[in-house]
Design a protein around this ligand. Structure first.
Ligand code: PGA
Length: 318
């Protein structure tokens, strides 16, 4: 990472601008663990089409992180048996780019319906899970139960759980550790409120939430970080590509400094907050945006497919 960003990250000030340049050491780590990766300039890597998971007739994916593009649909507390059957049918017939991990997160009560009717191409996630083994916890859903229904992922620390339900950093970190220990992947959400951004605390808030995950989890192998500014969620006020990129760079920098270069490179950092079919391509072009967590627009199959396929705007000729 550039010296200036390191200084800014450690100082916690949100006032930097401009895009990141990866340091030679971070690039070296990237190159060493990917099957076939070129460094094409100081900031962007190409993931070659000779790597099976990234094969595409339209070119190779250029991004800063080394993980596969990831798009999650968070259906929140929406849907009925009928509307979900229609959504699943639309997803089953959609054409999805091969080089994207795609996950949907239905309300708990419909997970079984979704799992038994949705194509295996798309994985299923819970929207939350209990902090430990199941038992006498009225109204909760355990990690074991999510696994029993075939879920591969769980969303933890979503802002609606933090700010509407009142979940705290440490509790969320413990949930993440438990879910990982049982083999579920974790979509770990972080993000600042509007007043925090306006007070210049965006990085402080994000880093604190990130630290709670870092303090609790033994490994980042199965963690995707979702940066979701609270002011952008469900408001139609999407972050600009530059605003999102700036925080994603800072998050990757934080991981590099506080966890490891390898984790900083491998961990997908996805953006969430009013992503839709119209704005996803511009956001996806940013080199540190490794995918999306989508709420409202994930309730429409064709639009969600457009967002999944925005990976094409990251592709350059092979
Ligand atoms: P939104 O929600 O896309 O409706 O803004 C995103 C989220 O909460 O994950």
């Amino acid at each position: 990472m550039a010296t200036s960003l390191t200084a800014q990250v450690s100082g916690g000030t949100p006032s930097f601008s401009g895009l990141r340049r990866i340091s030679p050491t971070l690039d070296a780590a990237v190159v060493s663990h990917q099957s076939f990766v070129h460094r094409v300039n100081s900031s962007i890597r190409l993931v070659s089409s000779s790597s099976s998971s990234y094969r595409s007739p339209r070119g190779v994916v250029a991004m800063a992180g080394s993980g596969k593009f990831f798009v999650g649909g968070n259906w929140k507390c929406n849907g009925t048996k009928d509307s979900i059957a229609k959504l699943v049918s639309d997803l089953n017939t959609a054409t999805l780019e091969a080089d994207v991990d795609v996950v949907v997160s239905p309300p708990f009560v419909y997970i079984d319906q979704v799992k038994s009717s949705l194509t295996d191409r798309i994985d299923v996630s819970g929207q939350n899970s209990w902090v430990g083994k199941g038992g006498a916890f009225t109204g909760e859903i355990s990690v074991e139960q999510l696994k029993d229904l075939g879920c591969k992922w769980v969303i933890l620390g979503h802002s609606e759980r933090r700010h509407v339900i009142g979940e705290k950093d440490e509790f969320i970190g413990k949930k993440a550790a438990y879910a990982l220990s049982e083999g579920l992947g974790v979509i770990a959400c972080i993000g600042e409120k509007l007043e925090e951004r306006e007070a210049g605390k965006t990085f402080d808030v994000c880093f604190e939430q990130l630290k709670a995950f870092a303090d609790a989890v033994p490994s980042w192998d199965n963690v995707v970080v979702a940066y979701e500014p609270v002011w952008a969620i469900g408001t139609g006020k999407v972050a600009s590509p530059q605003q999102a990129q700036e925080v994603h760079v800072a998050v990757r920098g934080w991981l590099k400094k506080n966890v490891s270069e390898e984790v900083a490179s491998k961990t997908r950092i996805i953006y969430g907050g009013s992503v839709n079919g119209g704005n996803c391509a511009e956001l996806a072009k940013e080199e540190d945006i490794d995918g999306f967590l989508v709420g409202g627009a994930s309730l429409k199959g064709p639009e969600f497919a457009t967002i999944v396929n925005s990976v094409t705007s990251k592709k350059v000729a092979a």
